[in-house]
Design a protein around this ligand. Structure first.
Ligand SMILES: [Fe+2]
Ligand SMILES: [Fe+2]
Length: 207
């Protein structure tokens, strides 16, 4: 989901450079080290976190939810900023990219609503249960329709570089959903986040 842009002030210094629960390490010798391998490993982490949210209760559930929200925000920001432009270059990639962006935007709105709910309320459980399924379906659609297209149509070097860019984009991504804006471009230029995002773009353009 296009989970981007939260008030810059909400990010503490300690959040800088920290990517919650993400896989680290590099290794571009094989497919697992490219951007697709990196994102698929994160999908697995997201699946586990979503299960943890429903399994836990009270404060523990809140913590798992916060982790899931932050990880999704970072992950989807990396996909939107770095991966979608590559997808669009592939044959028929425009339609695939548009479909994934639409799913991410929808999920972003649901996530913003969830964030305001009491995690032990019935409303949270029913909304989160549906949200979990839509995230699972979205990840499956990426793995089935988007990632193979990327690997078939993108130079392996470019896929390895894209991994580095995604990792950097994720480190700089805001961690709360911002459902008011629906396009990728608007996500990154709207609101009081321009300075931070300019900085992000500067760093990314150096890669
Ligand atoms: Fe996604
Ligand atoms: Fe994804």
């Amino acid at each position: 989901m296009g989970v981007v842009a939260s008030p810059a002030g909400e990010r503490s210094q300690s959040e800088e450079g920290q990517v919650c629960g993400m896989t680290g390490g590099h290794g571009t010798e094989d497919d697992a080290g490219d951007v697709v391998g990196f994102l698929m490993a994160q999908h697995q982490q997201v699946r586990e976190l979503l299960d943890d949210v429903l399994r836990a209760g009270g404060q523990e559930r809140q913590q798992y939810f916060d982790q899931a929200r932050e990880m999704l925000a970072r992950h989807e920001t990396g996909e939107e900023m770095i991966v979608r432009p590559l997808t669009r270059k592939a044959p028929d990639g425009g339609a695939v990219a548009d479909a994934r962006m639409a799913e991410e935007n929808e999920a972003k709105e649901v996530l913003a609503g969830l964030e305001k709910m009491d995690v032990d309320s019935e409303r949270f459980v029913s909304t989160f249960t549906a949200f979990r399924q839509s995230v699972l379906d979205h990840a499956q659609a990426e793995e089935r329709d988007e990632f193979p297209l990327l690997r078939q149509n993108t130079d392996p070097d470019a896929l390895a570089k894209a991994r580095d860019r995604v990792e950097r984009a994720e480190r700089m991504a805001p961690t709360h959903p911002h459902p008011g804006v629906r396009t990728t471009t608007a996500n990154y230029v709207a609101g009081p986040f321009v300075a931070m995002l300019d900085r992000a773009r500067d760093v990314l353009s150096r890669g």
